[in-house]
Design a protein around this ligand. Structure first.
Ligand SMILES: [Zn+2]
Length: 249
């Protein structure tokens, strides 16, 4: 048994046993791991906040090789996003970002770059009035970081780069121009501005993106495609998808 220290972002949390709480956290050093806080429900408010999804913690825990979970010995709350709870839309998007990381990463497989991206995205989510744009941007970066998608520029069949409308193949996340999509009976639901968004997201920071170029509705269309692709590729079900895609928020 050894004592380990790591930074983690709470992805999900649930009560367990008499007064314990179990969390799944994405740690910077060791990837996704499960932890147990002993007696947390009996203790103070601050301690309860430690197990809230989105919270960034510094954890000190006993590491047992081969165990599915680790007992937290000490913790410090680094950042909290409980203020997002006053904004339903932002809160839903926060849960979506956390679920995306949870469902696309393997246990105990560290991806420090993804940890930093998630931490940055949660900070931006607090400030931005474009959570749908942020979620699309984050999902695209996540898929690039995990090496799942390659650069999207031309129609996968005819190589055309000028596309007013296009579709994305759920199998490989490559675009199909209007003509090629029609040949496969696929509706080209995405507009030119979405393609520009995808392209510029590969080289620009979120703060440098022209967010006015694509509307919220266009971003939700893009997120729908992203969700379909992620569910298929990782063979998962994104529970927050229906809430995120709801146009009535
Ligand atoms: Zn084509």
């Amino acid at each position: 048994m050894e004592i380990r220290k790591s930074q983690g972002i709470v992805l999900s949390s649930r009560p367990t046993g008499e007064a314990d709480r179990s969390i799944c956290a994405f740690t910077r050093e060791y990837g996704k791991k499960s932890f147990i806080f002993k007696g947390l429900r009996k203790s103070k408010k601050r301690a309860m906040a430690a197990s809230e999804p989105g919270t960034m913690l510094e954890l000190v825990y006993y590491f047992h090789d081969g165990r599915d979970f680790h007992i937290v010995n000490e913790f410090t709350i680094k950042k909290q996003y409980s203020d997002l709870r006053g904004n339903l839309e932002k809160m839903i998007f926060m849960f979506f970002l956390l679920e995306l990381v949870d469902k696309t990463t393997a246990t105990a497989n560290p991806v420090p770059r993804l940890f930093d991206m998630l931490a940055a995205a949660l900070d931006v989510l607090r400030e931005t009035d474009r959570p749908a744009h942020l979620a699309s941007f984050f999902a695209l970066h996540l898929l690039r970081t995990e090496g799942v998608i390659s650069d999207v520029g031309a129609c996968k069949h005819c190589g055309r780069t000028e596309m007013q409308k296009f579709a994305i193949d759920f199998q490989d996340f490559l675009p199909l121009c209007e003509t090629c999509a029609a040949r496969f009976s696929i509706t080209p639901s995405l507009s030119r501005s979405v393609l520009d968004f995808i392209k510029s997201s590969a080289t620009k920071k979120f703060s440098a993106m022209n967010l006015d170029a694509a509307s919220r509705e266009q971003m939700l269309d893009m997120l729908f495609v992203l969700c379909m692709f992620v569910e298929r590729y990782f063979n998962v079900n994104l529970k927050t998808k229906s809430m995120v895609l709801s146009k009535n928020l």
